[in-house]
Design a protein around this ligand. Sequence first.
Ligand code: SAM
Length: 207
Amino acid sequence: MDRFSEQAATWDEEPGHAERARTVADAIRGAVPLRADMHVLEIGGGTGLLARALADDVGTVVVTDVAPGMVDVAAARLEDPRYDGWSARQYDIEHDPLPEERFDLVMGLLTLHHMGDVASVVRRCGELLRPGGYAAFVDLDHDREGAFHAHVHDFDGHHGFTRESVTHWMDAAGFTDVALSTAGTVVKGEPGHEQEFPMFLAVGRID
Ligand SMILES: C[S@@+](CC[C@H](N)C(=O)[O-])C[C@H]1O[C@@H](n2cnc3c(N)ncnc32)[C@H](O)[C@@H]1O
């Protein structure tokens, strides 16, 4: 994930990134009963934009990412006293051993499509939840033409997902009350040639 480490220093200032995180935070607020004592894990969290957008709604967050450059920037952002008790860690949600720690909410924004075995990652996220805990995954709806990543020459992830696939993976992982909704769109492209890519929000609970 060198590409993401290289982009980390300017990630928050890239057009649309911060606004996207705020829009997705609103969608999560509407779909998950958030509480001020929640202990949260963000997977593929990059600089922690989404977590920081939810700072007034949850307790503590562990922002994780596989790219060390992203983790460094996240750690620097979390030095602000408003993120007291939060941390940033390098963690590969697909391949690293599961930690002992358990969470009330596991969330990820535009990160599942970079995983190889998505069903396994969804299952691992479920295992990281305390009983009654929620997962909230936001990612691209299926992008049939692969237009979203057309400019990334070495892209080896998924061109988004059908909502049926995500529902199936969450059901198979033991989530209940699985619900998918629309979390907004990502706008990409040169001025005058922008394209909009819809994103789903998938929420489920482990009882
Ligand atoms: C499109 S970026 C999104 C970053 C952040 N969620 C945001 O919306 O600003 C995808 C992120 O997923 C991370 N990632 C990819 N595969 C991962 C894995 N197996 N474990 C943890 N993070 C991963 C990348 O390093 C990258 O930071």
